[in-house]
Design a protein around this ligand. Structure first.
Ligand SMILES: [Zn+2]
Length: 304
């Protein structure tokens, strides 16, 4: 899960607000009851009867105690009747799983992680993408990508820290971005915090780093190095700035390697072109033994 105190605090703020709203609405229902005719009177009479019973017991007057006990029971019935006459207001939760607490018995709720992702994209100043899902894939049979698709589903469903990096090679229009989005969507559903960025966006983040404060840089690094999967879509489409692009990429890869967090890259480039464009260090890291390489040769999906 993305590990950034700043983002956690932001998300926790939301759940605290929800908790405050809940206790306020509980207060409202007591308020509503006291508006019902006879409720307050019965409430005080009940309290008094209970008090008198205790007092009688203390004084050893068992006869009065029994009488007060009977009175209290009657009043309790009246109170219950009034309470049940008010239609029960079922709280409306945005998340039924965790009842808007952000937590379940198994740890953080999916809604918490979802909010964490929204905060992360927001902090990076990137629009959160609307992801495609494997369900929307109608072309894999036509394009003979069934095998690739099943490999990707397996990757997402057996995902954990230390999973291999993935690189999807293939010409434009073969569905690389589509499949990368499907993997991201599936991981989100499975309770992970994957981040989908285009190479262009990632490059923008790196080049904009100069205007950021040290604290902002730390948060950016936390997001990029600890999100469960970092997708870099369409590597090679971004402008290459002197050193920044390559150094940034190297830094992200090595930080993520340290954190045991994988990367998924899609690219139109061939391996030779990656070598030429990004140099030996990037090349060896993203095509090394810890990377599974998948090739898409299919026909252009966009022309179908
Ligand atoms: Zn939830």
């Amino acid at each position: 899960m993305i590990n950034s105190k700043f983002l956690f605090d932001k998300v926790n703020e939301y759940y605290s607000k929800k908790a405050a709203e809940r206790s306020f609405s509980a207060f409202l229902s007591e308020d509503e009851l006291s508006n019902v005719k006879g409720y307050n009177e019965a409430k005080y009479a009940y309290k008094a009867a209970v008090y008198d019973k205790e007092k009688a017991l203390y004084l050893g007057d068992e006869k009065t105690a029994a009488k007060k006990q009977a009175e209290a029971e009657e009043l309790k019935k009246t109170l219950d009747k009034i309470t049940s006459s008010i239609p029960e207001k079922k709280p409306v939760y945005e998340c039924e799983i965790c009842k808007d607490t952000g937590k379940t018995d198994n740890g953080y709720c999916k809604c918490f992680k979802d909010r964490l992702l929204t905060e992360a994209y927001g902090f990076l100043d990137v629009k959160r993408p609307t992801l495609k899902s494997f369900k929307e894939d109608t072309l894999s049979s036509v394009n003979k990508t069934e095998l690739l698709k099943s490999k990707l589903i397996k990757y997402a469903d057996e995902f954990s820290d230390g999973k291999k990096n993935l690189i999807l090679f293939g010409p434009a229009g073969t569905g690389k971005s589509f499949y990368a989005q499907c993997v991201t969507e599936r991981l989100e559903k499975n309770g992970f915090t994957p981040l989908f960025l285009t190479a262009f966006e990632l490059n923008d983040i790196a080049t904009g780093a100069f205007e950021k404060s040290p604290a902002e840089k730390i948060i950016t690094d936390e997001i990029l190095s600890t999100c469960d999967l970092l997708v870099i879509d369409d590597l090679g489409s971004e402008p290459i700035y002197n050193k920044i692009t390559v150094e940034n990429l190297l830094e992200i890869i090595s930080r993520r390697t340290k954190e045991n967090k994988p990367i998924l890259i899609t690219t139109n480039l061939t391996t030779e072109e990656i070598l030429t464009k990004y140099g030996e260090r990037v090349f060896s890291r993203i095509t090394g033994k810890n990377t599974a390489i998948l090739q898409l040769n299919g026909k252009d999906l966009r022309k179908q």
